[in-house]
Structures are given as structure tokens and as C-alpha cells.
Design a protein around this ligand. Structure first.
Ligand code: ATP
Ligand code: MG
Length: 614
């Protein structure tokens, strides 16, 4: 089936969008639509067959940045609905703005959607589209609006237009050009297209109602002059459609049934409907028309999900690039070791609604943990090493212990762990003077070396500064795990270790949150000071009305690079292999910096939520 991720999610919980689709399907609302095999105006679509897709959705990114976790929510939603309802989901690049798009972004978006496990292509259809391929249809739509009296060329200055627009409480005023005859409008619009005017000299506006309580219906601009080279159409055009005009037309050309977008577009819906109604009256589009449905965007604590801010973090080099594992981009997530299945689970759990909320980052981490707990094999790593010397173990003796690859999946077998007289253990697994309840190594205490022997601590060596540099112990030869009688030793501490002689010293990156505070850049009492005066919102949609520079909230300790001692099998880890380092968390072999036989590891997520819920 099309659009199916490799591991199809379990039956999805219902939500208000599914209710709308269920009702539409029950009523046969879209059953009569025709599909010519590609996006087209009605005249061509009507020559096609009944649309084989029961519904059509789309994911329409603007190729002006890398996809972030918010986009993942939208991708899981749109492609997931198409999958579950026998429909199709289109990947459409919304590239109608000539100035901003770049090929690098197009490629990265394609990769990211594929990585998440979705596809827009199969034997029957390839639904990858560029909105700039629709400029002819958009231009034809604009001419139709002029000819039918629904649009006019306005020649006021931008200032005058703004002044006449009115406010939330006051109606706007008609432009003196609003009553231009249709023939004059058409002539001017054609000359705009022919390049006779400079940017801003004229603009095409829909003719709706300057007194509408919805400002978006006060004769919105629909086409503007822009002498700019477009990455796809080059210099073919010097007039470009406005986003709010282009988007409904893109949907209608593609036979989209349910056009799902975020809540900011709610006030645009009346214009969306007005425009498509007018164009359907003119026979440009078939009915039923696409329906716009809004849901609340994903807001996640401890990160920023706005392309503008992400671009700033990358360009000002606060991070190493778009794929920095600390960034909430999908390329970053991939390097961090997050899994597509973790994103499905997260999307499922946060659900879809119209209520704005801030989702705690720990929910995303918990979803990743759950998936990795099932999927990741176990390995041993010592991150903060301290030498353990087993004084009664013969030097030069060779021996292996056997460690299970996955406690929940015995079928994955065991692997060999070389043992020896000298081992690396974690520094925190020894205390010269134990604190209350401490069960690991301290002089006189016994603990088990996991998958190995029980040892009794006898003391430690210190350097001149009094710092412990080695711990001494004696092992109990009849206590080896898996041998008869080993269980008769009841010890409370259980330590992991690697043998000094065979351990692999690897670079390991320990990532923490990129920001130190849940809502980066929003006003906080404790940050109030000269540089942190509450100000009006900067209009970027964060919406709390109190904003500081979000960069001030960066966590200065968001990455720690260490050299760790790893069990020797970890030398064989393939790039992007995900593993659990016992007691530490989930790690992934970095897909960029790992060399053959010398992987470096990134910490994906710790085993437990150390920060707790906020
Ligand atoms: P940004 O605000 O980060 O610039 P955008 O909305 O401009 O994002 P687009 O490329 O236009 O980014 O978005 C493509 C699709 O992804 C849109 O349909 C949009 O609704 C959806 N989307 C973007 N951000 C989020 C989010 N935080 N949560 C859910 N969906 C999102
Ligand atoms: Mg956008």
C-alpha cells in the first residue's frame, strides 16, 4: 500500500480530523471526483477516471530550511491519514516565493520524509510536486477573477493601502482604484506580467469587502510585481502570487480533499473558501472543493521550533550545523539516534487537537526510550573510568564472560566479554568511605562484576593529591555468573566493567538539552534585569507577549565530549547502529564522524529521565 511506513503504527486513536474524514467518506462526499493522473484544472481532471484515492492530503513545506520536529508531527498526521484511509499524501514544495528557496533544502526535505518512512510514490502515482509548476494555472485563475469582477489592480502606495485597511475595530476604506473597469484591470494586469512596471507600482487585489470584520477579507492582495529570478522558472515571471492565493489553488489542482494546516491559518479559511468558490463558479475547479482543517502546532519545551531561530543557531554557529544532534531538526534527530518509530509513537501520544499546548520534551524522550528498549542490543561502556585490580587473579590469564545481547530477546544470543586481572569500572562505583545505603565497592564490601565474578574490595591507591587512582579487590573463583553455585552469593551491588587489555578507547559525546529553560526566550522572573525587560512580543508567534533573546537561554553545557572505555565488540558498530550502554542509556554510532573499525558514539537519551517532569 502507498504511504506505509515500514512498521505500520497500531490502530490510531481517533481525533476530530478523523471524525471529519469518517463523516465525509460515509456521505460519499468525494466519491465523484475525477483524476487525470496529475494536478490540473477541472477541464483536464474531468477527462480522467474516478479518483482512485479515497482521500488526498498533502505535506507542503516551503523549501527554506530543514524540517524540524513540528514538521514530523504534520508528516505523521498527513501521511498517516492517507495510509489509514486508502488515500494518498502528496509531498508538495511550496516554492512560489522567488527569493528564498534553495535546492539544498529540497533535497534535505525529501531525505527527511523518506527517513521518517513515508513515500509519495508507487507503481501507480508519483505525487511529488512543486507549486511553481502551477504558475500558469494561478495566473489563469487571477485573470478569471478580474474578468468576473472579483479582482482589481490597485495602484495606491503601500502606505496608503495600509492606512485604508482599517483595524480590528474599524472597517477599512475602499481604494479609489476599486471601481476600475474590468477591461482596464485586465490590461494593467497583463502589462504587470509583461514587465512594464517596477516592483510595488501596482498590485492585484481580490474584491471582497473592505468592511469585513475579518481583516483577511478586506480585499487581500493576490498578485504582486517582483522582478526576481526564481529557482525553477528563472525569469519567466515578474509577477508572483501571494501565499494565501496560491495555496488553495495548489490544493484544488491536486484534488486535495482535506487540507490540514496549523491554527494560524484559521482566519484565512474564509478567504480560502471564497477564492475556491469563485473559481469553481467559473468552471476552473470541480466540486467538492478541498476543505481546510486547522490543528494546533507542536510546541515542545527546551527547544525552538521556528525556522528563523534554527537558521540563526546554525548561521551564528551556536551548533555545528543543521545536523547537530542537539537541534530539533530531523537530520539532527537522526544523528542523535532518534528513531522514526519513536516519532510515530510520540505523534500518536500527543494526538491532534485545536488546543494550544506546550509538550514536555521528556515525552519525546520517553517515546524514544520505549522504542530503543525493544530495538537496541546491550553493550558495556565505562564512561568515567577507574582501574580495578584483582590481586588474586593470575596475570596473563585469558578468560571470557558471556553477556546476553538483549534481556528481552534471548534469541539474540550472547557475546564474549574478555575478562582479566585489570578492569575499568565507573569511578562512581567505588567509595572509600561509603555513604548511607551505598552498595557498590568500598573496603570490605562485596559486589558482583556483571556477567563475571563476585569480588571483595580490599582497598585503594591514591596519588599525591589524595585522588583515588586504583581500587584493589580479590575475586571468588567459584562465583562466576552462569556456573553452578554462583547464585549462592547474595550481593547487592552489580557493576559493569571492561578489561583494560582489550578495551576500545572511543570518543563519546554526551548531549544535554540545548536550552537551559523550558521556553527559550520567554520572559522569566529570575532573568529579569537590564537585558531582560519584558517587552511586547516580537511577532514571531511565540505568543506570550514577553520575549527576551532566546540565545540567552542556551545551555552552556549541552555537550560533553569524553574518551570512554568500551567493550571490544563496539569497534564493529556500524554507522547509525543504535545500542544500549548498560546503566548509561542509548547511544548511536555517529553516521558522519565514525571511521571503519573506529566508531564514535552519540548519546541519544539516558535510561531514566534525570531532569524529571517540569
Ligand atoms: P516555521 O514556522 O518553522 O517556519 P512553517 O510553518 O513556515 O514553519 P512550512 O515549511 O511552511 O513551515 O511548513 C510545512 C508544514 O508543516 C505546514 O503544513 C505546517 O503547518 C507544518 N508545520 C510547521 N511547523 C509545525 C509545528 N510546529 N507543528 C505542526 N506542524 C507544523
Ligand atoms: Mg511557512
Amino acid at each position: 500500500m502507498s504511504n506505509a511506513p515500514p512498521a505500520a503504527a497500531a490502530a490510531a486513536a481517533t481525533n476530530f480530523i478523523r471524525n471529519i474524514i469518517d463523516a465525509d467518506l460515509a456521505a460519499g462526499k468525494h466519491a465523484q471526483r475525477r483524476w487525470s493522473g496529475k494536478p490540473a484544472l477541472a477541464a483536464e481532471q474531468m477527462t480522467g477516471v474516478l479518483d482512485p484515492a479515497r482521500i488526498r492530503t498533502r505535506f507542503p513545506p516551503e523549501p527554506n530550511g530543514y524540517l524540524h520536529f513540528g514538521h514530523a508531527k504534520s508528516i505523521c498526521l498527513n501521511f498517516g491519514l492517507a495510509r489509514d484511509y486508502g488515500g494518498r499524501c502528496h509531498l508538495r514544495f511550496d516554492d512560489t516565493n522567488p527569493e528564498k528557496e534553495e535546492k539544498e533544502y529540497v533535497d534535505s526535505i525529501i531525505d527527511a520524509v523518506h527517513w521518517l518512512g513515508f513515500t509519495w510514490q508507487d507503481d501507480a502515482e508519483n505525487n511529488l510536486y512543486f507549486a511553481s509548476d502551477y504558475f500558469d494555472a494561478m495566473y489563469a485563475s487571477a485573470e478569471y477573477l478580474i474578468e468576473s469582477g472579483h479582482a482589481y489592480v490597485d495602484s495606491q502606495s503601500a502606505d496608503a493601502m495600509r492606512a485604508h485597511r482599517g483595524t480590528l475595530t474599524q472597517p477599512g476604506k475602499d481604494s479609489p482604484f476599486r471601481t476600475r473597469p474590468r477591461s482596464e484591470n485586465l490590461d494593467l494586469f497583463r502589462r504587470m506580467r509583461a514587465g512594464e512596471f517596477a516592483d510595488g507600482e501596482h498590485i492585484l487585489r481580490a474584491k471582497i469587502d473592505m468592511a469585513s470584520p475579518n481583516i483577511n477579507l478586506r480585499d487581500p492582495a493576490i498578485y504582486r510585481i517582483r522582478h526576481a529570478t526564481h529557482h525553477n522558472t528563472g525569469d519567466a515571471w515578474c509577477v508572483y502570487p501571494m501565499y494565501t492565493f496560491a495555496h488553495p489553488i495548489e490544493d484544488a489542482l491536486e484534488n486535495i480533499t482535506h487540507s490540514i494546516c496549523t491554527l494560524e491559518f484559521e482566519d484565512q479559511r474564509p478567504f480560502y473558501d471564497w477564492l475556491l468558490e469563485r473559481l469553481a463558479e467559473g468552471g476552473l475547479f470541480q466540486r467538492p472543493l478541498p476543505q481546510q482543517i486547522e490543528f494546533s502546532r507542536l510546541n515542545l519545551s527546551y527547544v525552538v521550533l521556528s525556522k528563523r531561530k534554527l537558521i540563526q543557531l546554525v548561521e551564528e554557529k551556536h551548533v555545528s550545523g543543521w545536523d547537530d544532534p542537539r537541534l530539533p531538526t530531523l537530520v539532527g534527530a537522526r544523528r542523535r539516534g532518534y528513531t522514526p518509530e519513536g516519532f510515530y509513537l510520540f505523534a500518536e501520544r500527543i494526538g491532534v487537537s485545536k488546543a494550544d499546548s506546550l509538550i514536555d520534551y521528556s515525552l519525546l524522550e520517553e517515546a524514544m526510550r520505549e522504542v530503543l528498549n525493544e530495538a537496541a542490543e546491550r553493550r558495556i561502556a565505562v564512561l568515567d573510568p577507574l582501574k580495578l585490580i584483582i590481586d588474586n587473579y593470575p596475570a596473563g590469564q585469558n578468560e571470557v564472560c558471556h553477556a546476553p545481547n538483549h534481556p528481552l530477546k534471548p534469541e539474540l544470543g550472547k557475546r564474549d566479554m574478555p575478562f582479566g586481572r585489570e578492569l575499568w569500572i565507573e569511578r562512581e562505583d567505588f567509595m572509600e568511605v561509603p555513604s548511607k545505603g551505598y552498595r557498590r565497592l568500598f573496603p570490605g564490601n562485596m559486589a558482583r562484576l556483571r556477567y563475571g565474578y563476585v569480588v571483595k574490595c580490599t582497598g585503594c591507591d591514591k596519588d599525591a593529591d589524595g585522588r583515588v587512582i586504583a581500587v584493589h579487590c580479590e575475586y571468588l573463583p567459584d562465583s562466576k555468573s552462569g556456573t553452578p553455585g554462583a547464585d549462592s552469593y547474595k550481593v547487592k551491588g552489580n557493576l559493569h566493567w571492561v578489561a583494560v587489555a582489550t578495551a576500545y578507547a572511543a570518543e563519546v559525546r554526551l548531549y544535554e538539552r540545548l536550552f537551559a529553560y523550558p521556553a527559550p526566550g520567554s520572559w522569566r522572573e529570575e532573568a529579569a534585569g537590564s537585558s531582560a525587560t519584558p517587552t511586547a512580543g516580537d511577532g514571531d508567534g511565540d505568543g506570550d507577549g514577553f520575549e527576551r533573546n532566546f540565545l540567552d537561554d542556551l545551555n552552556p553545557d549541552s555537550v560533553k565530549v569524553i574518551t570512554a572505555w568500551l567493550e571490544p565488540t563496539l569497534k564493529l558498530a556500524r554507522p547509525e547502529e543504535r545500542l544500549q550502554f548498560e546503566r548509561h542509556g542509548y547511544f548511536v554510532a555517529d553516521r558522519i564522524d565514525s571511521k571503519d573499525g573506529a566508531p564514535v558514539f552519540n548519546r541519544t537519551v539516558t535510561l531514566k529521565d534525570s531532569l524529571g517532569k517540569t
